[in-house]
Design a protein around this ligand. Structure first.
Ligand SMILES: [Zn+2]
Length: 264
C-alpha cells in the first residue's frame, strides 16, 4: 500500500509540474495532447457570425431563441454535397459513421477528435498532402471533425467567459459548424497559428497552392472572397470542404460556392 501511495504521489507531482510549466506559457517545443482552449476557441470563433440574430438574455434561452428562427435540419447529412450553414444545421445526434484518423501532419495542440474526417475525405486529403509535399509545400491540419458536444462546449464556454453577445458573434452555434460533417479541414502553413486567423493564409505560397490545386482532390475553398453574402462567412482560405472531384471541378471552373452549386 505504501508503494502504491508513493507512486501516486510521484505521478501527481509529475502531472502538477507539467501543468505548471504548461500554464506558465514557456514554449518547450513539445506537444501536450490536451484541450487547448485558446487554439480551439480562436479557431471556432472564425466560423459563424450571428450578428443578425438577437442575442438571447440567458444562456439557457439561446437554444429556444435559435429554434424560433428559420433554421432547418440538414436533410442529407451523409451526402458529400450536404449543405450546412446558418440556415441548415445538423441534428444533435449526428455523428458520421465512417470517421477515421487522417494520416497527415497536424499542428500542435490539436485535440484528438479534430484529427478525424470521413474516410473518403480523409483519403483525398492524404493525397492532397502527398502532392503538396512533393512540391515542397508544407501544410498541416488544424481542425477536422468537430462533434456537436464540442461545439456546444465551446459555445457555452464562450458565453460564460465573454458574454452572450460575443459568443453569438464569434462562435458557431451548436449544430451549425460544417466541421460536424466530417468533410471539412482547416489547414495551416508552417508559420504559425496566427497566420490562420487572418486571410493572410491565402497570400502565402501554401495558401496559393491550395487555392490552385484543392479541386483536383475533391476539395473546395468553402468560403471564398466576394461570396460572403451568400455563404454568410468571411473569406476563409484555410477552410477546405470535401465535395468530390466532379463537384469540386465544376464549382472551381464556374466560380460558384456550394449554395449556388446545389441550386444550379
Ligand atoms: Zn473551418
Amino acid at each position: 500500500v505504501k508503494k502504491l501511495l508513493d507512486n501516486t504521489i510521484i505521478a501527481g507531482t509529475v502531472i502538477m509540474l507539467i501543468l505548471a510549466i504548461y500554464n506558465s506559457g514557456i514554449d518547450l517545443k513539445i506537444s501536450i495532447p490536451k484541450f487547448n482552449l485558446n487554439s480551439v476557441l480562436s479557431n471556432a470563433r472564425r466560423h459563424i457570425t450571428y450578428r443578425q440574430r438577437e442575442a438571447p438574455k440567458e444562456v439557457e434561452d439561446s437554444s429556444e431563441t435559435f429554434k424560433s428562427t428559420t433554421v432547418s435540419f440538414v436533410h442529407n447529412p451523409t451526402d458529400t454535397l450536404a449543405l450546412v450553414n446558418k440556415s441548415y444545421r445538423f441534428n444533435e445526434g449526428y455523428v458520421p459513421g465512417d470517421l477515421v484518423r487522417v494520416n497527415i501532419p497536424f499542428a500542435g495542440s490539436v485535440i484528438w477528435e479534430e484529427r478525424l474526417m470521413r474516410r473518403e475525405a480523409a483519403e483525398a486529403l492524404e493525397k492532397l498532402f502527398e502532392s503538396a509535399s512533393k512540391q515542397n509545400i508544407q501544410l498541416r491540419g488544424i481542425s477536422g471533425y468537430r462533434s456537436y458536444e464540442t461545439q456546444r462546449h465551446l459555445y457555452y464556454l464562450t458565453v460564460r467567459n465573454m458574454g452572450v453577445e460575443y459568443a453569438e458573434n464569434y462562435v458557431a452555434y451548436p449544430g451549425h459548424s460544417e466541421h460536424q460533417s466530417g468533410l471539412a479541414m482547416d489547414l495551416v502553413g508552417p508559420v504559425s497559428y496566427s497566420q490562420l486567423s487572418t486571410s493572410d493564409f491565402g497570400n502565402t505560397k501554401e495558401g496559393k497552392w491550395v487555392e490552385k490545386n484543392a479541386h483536383s482532390f475533391g476539395f473546395i475553398i468553402r468560403y471564398p472572397e466576394g461570396k460572403e453574402k451568400i455563404t454568410g462567412y468571411n473569406y476563409e482560405p484555410w477552410h477546405l470542404r470535401y465535395v468530390g472531384i466532379e463537384a469540386a471541378r465544376e464549382i472551381k471552373e464556374k466560380g460558384l460556392v456550394l449554395e449556388e452549386y446545389i441550386e444550379w
